[in-house]
Design a protein around this ligand. Sequence first.
Ligand code: ARG
Length: 473
Amino acid sequence: MEQNEETTRLWGGRFSSGPSPEMTALSLSVHFDWRLAKYDLQGSRAHARVLHAAQLLDDDELDKMLAALDELEKDVENGSFVGTAEDEDVHTALERGLIERLGTLGGKLRAGRSRNDQVATDLRLYLRDNVRRIVADLIDLQQALLGKAEEYRDVVAPGMTHLQHAQPILFSHQLLAHVHAFARDVDRLRDWDKRAAVSPLGAGALAGSSLALDPVAVAKDLGFERPADNSIDAVSDRDYVAEFLFATALIGVHLSRIGEEVVLWTTTEFGWVTLHDSWATGSSIMPQKKNPDIGELARGKSGRFIGNLMALLTILKALPLAYDRDLQEDKECTFDSVEQLQLLVPAVTGMIATMTVNSDAVSRGAGSGHALATDVAEWLVRQGVPFREAHEISGAAVRECDERGCELYDLTAQDLAAVDPRLTAEVLDVLTVDGALAARSTHGGTAPTAVIKQIDDIKASIAAQRGWLEPAE
Ligand code: ARG
């Protein structure tokens, strides 16, 4: 093939000919790893300072190097400097940019550094930065759910298991259940961040360096807690990517579960929720349609998040230490999960924040479907009846209702006594939705008193999450 003499390849020395076009095309990553440019430059500045401390750059050289890196960063930001197909990857492109600005001095920066420790560092910096954006989005989502829960706090609803009426609940209690899932997601990302705060820079290709580098100083400079303790592990470890993709896959699953509920709630059959026009779509043929596309895309995209995790784990499986080029395949799935999540979470948040809950429709069936049967059984237990018998007696009352085509609360004292003499008239007190709700006042229960306390606890949790994002000085 024609070899461009000006090529910026980082490894030309021992080759008599340049790569074939097929080799180049397969190898190319600059079109996706360009997202790492900002982090690569951050790492370069830290590395330059360490070369200076090791007296491998003098004061003047360091100043020139840092100024050129700043200039390059500006050009990257404003789009006047971009990686090209000639560059192979982001690291090559940025070295070219530096040499274009500095001449031969630019070639000094590569000392003691390999693309292997460089790319592992860049990806950690990229993810630690983006995790903070994802946490901010998840806080907004929790806040939106909390807002709706407070707005409709006392609306009763049929709580479901197997998607069948089970026991009455407050609708707010169900909304808040989703908040807890997203709070755990934030907790998981914060926990991830502790393990991800390890700097690979200084590991070189795999064995460390004979130059007097200072991995501890570099780690500190880049906001990591510490440098990696093993240079082979430093360049081959992608656990932080796998863990991140698991955390995002689970966030995706949580979004798909609330997405599915919104889809159900907006059906004509349920009629529980009306979406704001700006957060729904229409049909090109059916003028009456208003579709819950955000909920559906939340469901659909969960497949993508799970797929990205599977892809990464499959890439890593049986990969010999240390660096292998297979690891270049870690990036597109990671970028995809980051970017899709940053599209999806704000949309779900907007959909929730603007939806209208049709309280009457939600409450209508709260006590129906024999949803108070457990209350009858537990009332019997409080009268000293073993639960096993209480369950049978309450079940017999349900059967009676089914035969008559009525609900438990339609039975009179005489009807109940005819089912079993232990069902005295006092049982009628618990045969109301409000009575059933108020009774479930244990910690985490659906009683209004318990839900008020839960709301307070969630507010404290959200404040703590915000505190992690903006630590006090
Ligand atoms: N583009 C490469 C990657 O993403 C950078 C590291 C290349 N290292 C190498 N030894 N060829 O993994």
